[in-house]
Design a protein around this ligand. Sequence first.
Ligand code: NAP
Length: 234
Amino acid sequence: MIDIRDKWALVTGASRGVGFRVARALSKNGANVILHSRKLEGTAALYEELKSEGSVVKQVEGELGDPLALQNIITEVSKLASAGLDILYNNAAIMTAYRNIYEVTVDEYMQSFMVNCVAPAKLCDAFLPGMLKKNFGRIVNVTSGIADQPQLMAYSCSKAALDRYVRDMLPTLDKTNVLMNLMDPGWLSTDLGGDKAPNHPDTVLPGALVPVLLEQSDGSGKLYCAQDYREDIK
Ligand SMILES: NC(=O)c1ccc[n+]([C@@H]2O[C@H](COP(=O)([O-])OP(=O)(O)OC[C@H]3O[C@@H](n4cnc5c(N)ncnc54)[C@H](OP(=O)(O)O)[C@@H]3O)[C@@H](O)[C@H]2O)c1
């Protein structure tokens, strides 16, 4: 396990669910965390909590479905982490409505691809070169184990495209200490997962931190399933 004290981390979608828990855990492990959600109010409570503990914590807001807002986020984060971002946790995502099969709309595909694949990809594109330059970085792209649900095709296709981004980026990371991996939280009772989900959101830890704390020799391109690391059912 690596030491992430004083490393600069961006967690997208840190206002609730998985991102909230990951951001708080990174901060407790000593990282300087930049909390993202659509509005600053979304992360205000966590910001105050972490700040009151003496942690270095910042906030950034922006709609990931809007290219201009995305560029603003990149500019803001680059200023906040002026020596370069060390940890990029691409967590935020949307899941559009459960549709009758064949009725997923063009707009739902476009929105899902923008928020769930294009935005995380462009955040990687923005911060990977700086990580490679200093030969340190940990990128976690949050994916999903969703399968055989064509009613949620916009969501699942956008996650599959993100998986492919990771796979095809791997040759550029070979022999470097910049690692890019995927994390599947499992089906959780968050706002996105809904109340039928069998797993409490807290069960995403400690597994969700595993791909951040990897040693260089652990490499890139793997899928880490957070539920595999649950301490309560071992
Ligand atoms: N929950 C599950 O069962 C499950 C299963 C597999 C994978 N996942 C994945 O785990 C990740 C986290 O999911 P979750 O369940 O924690 O979701 P969640 O509770 O619904 O939280 C979503 C987060 O993403 C942010 N967000 C949503 N739409 C956004 C947009 N258009 N632009 C910017 N930020 C946006 C939200 O911020 P605001 O406060 O601004 O709304 C919020 O912080 C996602 O990648 C999801 O696909 C979840």
